[in-house]
Write a protein that binds this ligand. Structure first.
Ligand SMILES: Nc1ncnc2c1ncn2[C@@H]1O[C@H](COP(=O)(O)OP(=O)(O)OP(=O)(O)O)[C@@H](O)[C@H]1O
Ligand SMILES: [Mg+2]
Length: 356
């Protein structure tokens, strides 16, 4: 188990800066998730920590040891890749044992560690099979087993669930959460799936174009995002945004003819006539509240326990999504007055920074 500290870490490939001045502290035993859109540098950051890429500048500390120049094999980490990377000609047992045998560990220790990993990952009955005889989820468990037997200081996962179907993904997500709880090892986990990030993480790092946008617990990022990017990335369905002008304590929607609502209470002063972007989460639009938007329903998705309403203001092409508890009677073509508490609105300035 170990803490991880990144100090001003930068990585360039040619003239492209892929990781820019990243500083981050991950405490011992944390489950830290790197999340962000494709190409934002998540895998590169993980590979820098693993020692598979060399940092252009900055420092990497694992358990207070500077490992910036230490080769990958000597960093005491184990990495699980999206592609599993199992040896196809070897049995599950031999795949799991591989790193121990390369390290010339005694056979009785190897056998004990295989048995322990197989028990934790419920692989006992599969040890003599080859990878081709396994399901995707079973292969994923073997890949994790290979990491567990190394008893690393840090587990590094790069999108380990993205090859699995939706049901298996949910199942493996729970397995990984339980594994973390049982082993207590610090985990760094890369995903572009914000639901995975929200459900697994104790700490989320939102990355964009190689830079850290915000770090916080899942609910901190959901409740209190610093900017439009984080507000739009965290939360499902995505936050609704609309442009507005502030006038006399009200926000006049720029693109929705004749619609306005009370501005939320902010400690930052909104200037008269200031152009802002307003954010409103689908979860906070419903049948109650002092403010409202008048919408026309286009599509209704009944999810069983709740309903997703896709609607747009008359005279505007912009879709808004509401998530309502009791939407059984809603249908396309109907008018829908989406009510909300104005203090649920988030306001962002022209640069995308949140005004609080
Ligand atoms: N070895 C390399 N040489 C040059 N450019 C690279 C190299 N590896 C990655 N990049 C570039 O760095 C950027 C970040 O890549 P990275 O793989 O870290 O993104 P990612 O966030 O993991 O994306 P994804 O979600 O698609 O896996 C991309 O623009 C990519 O093209
Ligand atoms: Mg990647």
């Amino acid at each position: 188990m170990a803490s991880l500290h990144l100090e001003h870490l930068t990585k360039t490939f040619g003239n492209q800066t892929v990781t820019r001045n990243v500083s981050l502290s991950v405490e011992d035993g944390a489950f830290c998730v790197f999340v962000g859109p494709s190409g934002c540098g998540k895998s590169t950051l993980l590979r820098l920590i693993a020692g598979l890429e060399e940092a252009s500048s900055g420092r990497i500390m694992v358990a207070d040891r500077d490992v910036t120049k230490v080769p990958a094999y000597d960093r005491d980490l184990a990495m699980v890749f999206q592609s599993y990377a199992l040896y196809p000609h070897m049995t599950v047992r031999d795949n799991i044992a591989f790193s121990l045998r390369t390290a010339k560990r005694p056979e009785d220790e190897v056998a004990a560690k295989i048995a322990e990993a197989a028990r934790i990952l419920k692989l006992e009955d599969l040890l003599d099979r080859k990878p081709a005889q396994l399901s995707g989820g079973q292969r994923q468990r073997v890949a994790i087993g290979r990491a567990i037997v190394k008893q690393p200081k840090l587990f590094l996962f790069d999108e380990p669930l993205s090859n699995l179907d939706a049901e298996l993904r949910v199942h493996m997500r729970v397995e990984i959460a339980r594994l973390h709880r049982d082993l207590g090892t610090t985990v760094i986990y890369v995903t572009h799936d914000q639901v995975e990030a929200m459900t697994l993480a104790t700490k989320i790092v939102v990355l964009r174009a190689g830079e850290v946008e915000q770090v916080g617990s899942p609910l901190q990022l959901f409740d209190d995002p610093d900017n439009i990017f984080v507000a739009g990335f965290i939360g499902s369905p995505q936050m609704n945004f609309f442009k507005a002008k502030h006038q006399g304590g009200r926000l006049f929607a720029t693109d929705f003819p004749d619609q306005s609502c009370q501005a939320p209470a902010l400690s930052a002063a909104l200037a008269e006539g200031q152009d802002v972007t307003v954010g409103l989460r689908p979860q906070f639009m419903g049948l109650e509240g002092n403010a409202s938007l008048e919408l026309m329903i286009e599509v209704v998705e009944h999810l069983g326990s709740e309903t997703l309403v896709h609607a747009r203001p008359p005279g505007s092409a912009q879709m808004m999504t509401a998530l309502v508890a009791d939407g059984r009677n809603l249908a396309p073509g109907q008018a829908f007055v989406a009510r909300f508490d104005p203090d649920r609105l988030m306001v962002f300035d022209a640069t995308g920074k949140r005004l609080r």
